[in-house]
Design a protein around this ligand. Sequence first.
Ligand code: FAD
Length: 333
Amino acid sequence: MRVPRGTQYLCAHMQVIEIIKDALTAGKTRFTFELLPPLKGDGVAGVFEAIDPLMEFGPAYINVTYHREDVKYVERPGGLLEKRVVRRRPGTVGISAAIMKRYGVEVVPHLICGGLSRYDIEDALIDMDFLGISNVLALRGDNRRGERTFTPQPDGHTYAEELVRQIVDMNNGVFVDGEVEECHHSQFCIGVAGYPEKHAESPNPDADIRALKAKVDAGASYISTQMSFDNRRIFDFIDRCRAAGIDVPIIPGIKPFSTKSQLSLLPQTFHVDLPQDLVAEVEKCRDNRAVRQVGVEWAIQQARELRAAGVPVIHFYTMGKTDNVYNIAKEIF
Ligand code: FAD
């Protein structure tokens, strides 16, 4: 769906599940992409620059990632190392509201369990609700850097399923402190993460699907998947979800491959396999410009096939850079 550049793409606060259902009814595949909040100290300009060109293609909604605190070691006089907790990318809720206000497009801020107590989570949800945001992607979040296992915050959640329950409770007027009888009810539409190639910590694919079903049974309306470079893995995942009784929409995630170093970084970080044909094409490239082109062509093929299969929305992982998503959107949407 092409919208003239500069035109606001209007939508009056829709839940993502309604957007997905509309896409299914219309038989038209749409797309979403995710952005990172700016690094602390940066303004919003870079984020808007990344979004501006893509508005021409009418994204279904825009995801904004959530980043937990990090640990930094600073050398003190005498050589001692001081451990400091730093938050490099705060502002997920604020930047989501700024995007919604500027473009009139729905936003999906991510919300994680890591580093947040149930009270912190409730505060973030209340802010979102005040700002007119009615969508959220509920995640556990990654382990803190340097930690091998996930440590929940005191009075926080261990699994995303518990976060989903907290959001559903709040929609029903049940807050962390208890029920508020006469209250405004938030109406968050909740998405959760799914893993076509299995979550790294899961003992096996069936256990992972059972954990996913628990999140859907707890109240999630749709699933957004981890990136996969192999549509067969995505289709197989959808089949396994359906066989397990998961009947909510599944939004496949694809990432345009962009640098040679990703040959090892992506499997290491996201625990996904890279198909041999893709690896061979990337290895032939003389520089990262050529790799970016291979990544765009690969993603176009994936997107064409997903569209032919009737997928309602495709989620693009951008890592903050959208020129390659622009080149894909130009061909597909
Ligand atoms: P969970 O669903 O809680 O699952 C975590 C692990 O525990 C899995 O192995 C699961 O099988 C298992 N499990 C779940 N429930 C149970 C249970 N009851 N008993 C035993 N085992 C269980 N991370 C960020 O920090 N910020 C982001 O913005 C962000 N965005 C993301 C967007 C998408 C679309 C995806 C796919 C991932 C994103 N992530 C993000 C990464 C995500 O936080 C990590 O993959 C994290 O390790 C798991 O999150 P989850 O919500 O899938 O966790």
